[in-house]
Design a protein around this ligand. Structure first.
Ligand code: FES
Ligand SMILES: [Fe+2]
Length: 365
């Protein structure tokens, strides 16, 4: 037998990354399923949350139901059905279900209708701050309430709600929403990246179920964002980025009297597709309607740039079979978010009144 020939160099053997992923599934929690405005009375919509197909419907009286999108009878999608009286009716044989999944009618059947096996799996629902939240474990009694979005119902603020989707895990989308260094690069000119870099201090606080980065000494943002936030103001910027388990990414700016708060509720439709429901609240010197006019195309453009890069990042994670990330101090929150999500997935949260604190300096341009 002849001796084996020379082995090809490792780099020719294909991707070496195997199965490392920041995907974390946390089903015992609330996620936004849709905006309240999407669900008018009588409307039925199908949505995925954590890979589960759901049907959402609003009765004529205004109540919202969230059921598994599968008729218990012959498994037709209930999202093909329609609202009849105060219930959802399947389009195949006409079984009707209440908002809590009880079977109210089986056409042609004489006798009792609501038996255990005939019930549709139901999800707990709460409607608040302009969003419909569902508890992602069907049939479970929630052990918490949905996150209360600050400022969303405060009359002193203008609040804009938007829903957008990105090809990326909840972790990737949350990190992107809270990541400072990419703004000077990917969004150059729109956000940062126009001026000489300034040295600023960063304080990261981790409570075990949420983590926050405070940026101290940041100059007023240049570019369009700075002009919208505080035209002609030379005040000090207060800037916080927060991640709150399992799905809230929040960016807060204060500048003099101006206050700007973006709360993004991230819903994993599947492992690598995330829908972002944003409540953008602001109190600024310019009239709210004017800011809204300028802000909408500006936010769309910024998010489009993020969507493109997230899609390519996700595609590459798939090509290489997983993640092989290298981080530095300035990736202030990404690793914390990953760690919190992974602990929540394992049910091993360690929360504390006193946060763990890390400080460092970085350059922001
Ligand atoms: S499949 Fe729904 S009623 Fe038969
Ligand atoms: Fe971005």
């Amino acid at each position: 037998m002849s001796a084996p020939g020379p082995q090809p160099p490792a780099r020719l053997l294909g991707p070496q990354t195997k199965g490392v992923t920041s995907v974390a599934r946390v089903p015992d929690a609330w996620y936004v399923a849709c905006m309240s405005s999407e669900l008018r009375p009588g409307r039925v919509i199908g949505r995925d949350v954590l890979g589960l197909p759901l049907v959402l419907f609003r009765t004529k009286a205004g109540d919202v139901g969230a059921l598994m999108d599968r008729c218990p009878h012959r498994n037709v999608p209930l999202s093909m059905g329609r609202v009849e009286q105060e219930s959802l009716q399947c389009p195949y044989h006409g079984w009707r279900f209440s908002t809590d999944g009880a079977c109210l009618e089986v056409p042609c059947l004489i006798g009792e209708t609501d038996k255990k096996g005939r019930r549709a799996d139901a999800f707990a629902v709460r409607e608040r701050d302009g969003f419909v939240w569902i508890y992602a474990t069907p049939g479970a009694e929630p052990t918490s309430e949905p996150y209360a979005i600050p400022c969303a119902d405060d009359p002193r603020y203008t609040t804009v709600r938007q829903a957008v989707e990105a090809e990326g895990s909840l972790h990737a989308v949350a990190e992107n929403a809270l990541d400072v260094p990419h703004t000077a690069f990917l969004h150059k000119g729109l956000f940062r990246g126009n001026s000489e870099p300034n040295k600023i201090e960063v304080c990261v606080r981790n409570w075990g179920d949420r983590v926050e980065a405070e940026y101290l000494g940041e100059p007023r943002p240049e570019g369009i964002a700075g002009r919208i936030l505080a035209p002609g103001v030379d005040a000090k910027v207060e800037h916080f980025d927060r991640f709150i388990l399992p799905c809230v990414a929040q960016v807060e700016y204060r500048l003099g009297e101006s206050h700007f708060l973006v709360t993004s509720c991230l819903t994993p439709l599947s492992d690598y597709r995330t829908r972002l429901f944003a409540a953008i609240s602001f109190r600024l010197p310019l009239p709210g309607f004017l800011v809204k006019l300028v802000l909408a195309p500006f936010a769309r453009w910024i998010f489009h740039q993020d969507q493109v890069i997230l899609a390519r990042q996700t595609e590459n994670l798939r090509r290489f079979g997983g993640e092989q990330y290298v981080s530095t101090d300035v990736d202030a929150l990404g690793q914390h978010i990953r760690q919190l999500l992974k602990r929540a997935e394992r049910g091993q949260l360690e929360t504390s009144e006193e946060p763990q604190i890390k400080r460092f300096e970085m350059l922001v341009g």
